[in-house]
Design a protein around this ligand. Structure first.
Ligand code: NAD
Ligand code: TDX
Length: 372
């Protein structure tokens, strides 16, 4: 089992990264080391999502949580972090993550997702040179002192028809600027392993949902629009299918792969939980009606079919047999419980929502963190 002392988490102020840091420091991970969270704080990065962690672990003479505002493309900064904090593990979440934004402005996606990943890999290779065996001998090593874990998506595999599943050997067929940039980053990660022997693991996960998700993604967008009586925009015929997974189940899988997965291997992570968008929306409407007392019919009347997303992938479905049989992972949160938990979190956190809506969360950093 691999152990780590100083984890560099990139994109830790985003949705999945902030949940991961909470899982590492105050969840059931068993991790006893230090987290260095490097995040540029783009529109999607919100340090308020980690206010509890900052308060509990972020101060004192030997803090276990250190926040650094910075860019993954900034090579001198990353070199400094590797040296100053003796980084022995990287969990690389930082990315431009929203498909619709990638259609409107692909350049930021290529910059962060491709060049940013390249920069991190190249610094890790240099910083860790000599600390691992170069080449394929590193594969299957039980103990590795350093590891680069890359977070990726099922979208790299393209789009499925009515049947079939994505496995780890499905050929890549990305179809949006977002998924193409993620596919490029995956290839760079594997290339750094094969060429330089860099110890890497890679996971490709299906759609996540849960607390702290930015309200541009389907589930929080629909919930907040329902609460505000706004239209619920359904793209195309609403029959596109996604495979949904609760965010903490994603993070437990990532942690398991980092500790016990084979170096140089990729693992699929999925919910085995396929929903057509329109069916999911009906389910959410029923839940919101139950939890808030708003009449379901009034909420249903907000459904508005809109122009389809260009190149909209029809169906994603993950086969995660490898992760289950090799490492014994399984999903722990059932979908209706997870949706209810998520909805209750949004209902209980109006301040987080209003700060995100107004953009005022950006000033929070000035008050609560020392600039590095
Ligand atoms: P997010 O958009 O909520 O968060 C991304 C974070 O990265 C933000 O905090 C942002 O400030 C930061 N960031 C962006 N550019 C940066 C840069 N140049 N330097 C440093 N930080 C930067 O995204 P998310 O939904 O939490 O996704 C995290 C990762 O998981 C991404 O790599 C994404 O591709 C992958 N993923 C997401 C899902 C999903 O359903 N959300 C599913 C599978 C994989
Ligand atoms: O308003 C909407 N109406 C709508 O019908 C939005 C925002 C989405 N949709 C549809 C498009 C998709 O079929 O809902 C589905 C889910 O959309 P998103 O939440 O934008 O997610 P998706 O495009 O599937 O990508 C997500 O999962 C994979 C994440 O954003 C990616 O980062 C991840 O890699």
């Amino acid at each position: 089992m691999r152990t780590f002392k100083n984890l560099l988490v990139t994109g830790g102020a985003g949705f999945i990264g902030s949940n991961m840091i909470r899982y590492l420091l105050s969840g059931p991970s068993g991790f006893t080391g230090r987290v260095i969270n490097l995040d540029l704080l783009t529109y999607a990065g919100n340090p308020e999502s980690l206010a509890d962690i900052q308060a509990r672990y972020g101060s004192g003479s030997d803090p276990r949580y250190i926040f650094v505002q910075g860019d993954i493309c900034d090579r001198p900064l990353i070199e400094r972090l590797f040296t100053d904090y003796q980084i022995d593990g990287v969990i690389h979440f930082a990315a431009e993550s929203h498909v619709d934004r990638s259609i409107l402005g692909p350049e930021a996606f290529v910059r962060t997702n491709v060049m940013g990943t390249f920069t991190l890999l190249d610094v890790a290779r240099t910083a860790w040179a000599g600390k691992y065996t170069a080449g394929h001998e590193s594969q299957n090593a039980e103990v590795t002192s350093v590891l680069f874990h890359h977070i990726s998506t099922d979208e790299v595999y393209g789009s499925l028809g009515d049947s079939g599943y994505f496995t780890e050997t499905t050929p890549y067929d990305p179809r949006s600027p977002y998924s193409a940039s993620k596919a490029s980053s995956d290839h760079l990660v594997m290339a750094y392993h094969h060429t330089y022997g860099l110890p890497v693991t890679l996971t490709n996960c299906s759609n996540n949902y849960g607390p702290y998700q930015f309200p541009e993604k389907l589930i929080p967008l629909m919930v907040l629009n329902m609460l505000e009586g706004k239209p619920l925009p359904v793209y195309g015929d609403g029959k596109n299918i996604r495979d949904w997974l609760y965010v903490e189940d994603h993070n437990s899988a990532v942690w398991l792969v980092m500790q016990q997965g084979r170096v140089g291997e990729k693992y699929n992570i999925g919910g085995e939980n396929e929903w057509q968008n329109i069916e999911l929306l009906q389910e959410l409407i029923n839940l919101v009606a139950e939890e808030t007392g708003k009449p379901a019919e009034a909420l249903r009347s907000l459904i508005t079919y809109v122009k389809d997303r260009p190149g909209h992938d029809r169906r994603y479905a993950i086969d995660c047999t490898k992760l289950k049989t090799e490492l014994g992972w399984k999903q722990s949160v059932n979908f209706s419980e997870g949706l209810r938990k998520t909805l209750r979190w949004y209902l209980a956190n109006p301040e987080w929502i209003s700060h995100v809506r107004s953009g005022s969360y950006r000033t929070w950093i000035e008050k609560n963190y020392e600039k590095r």
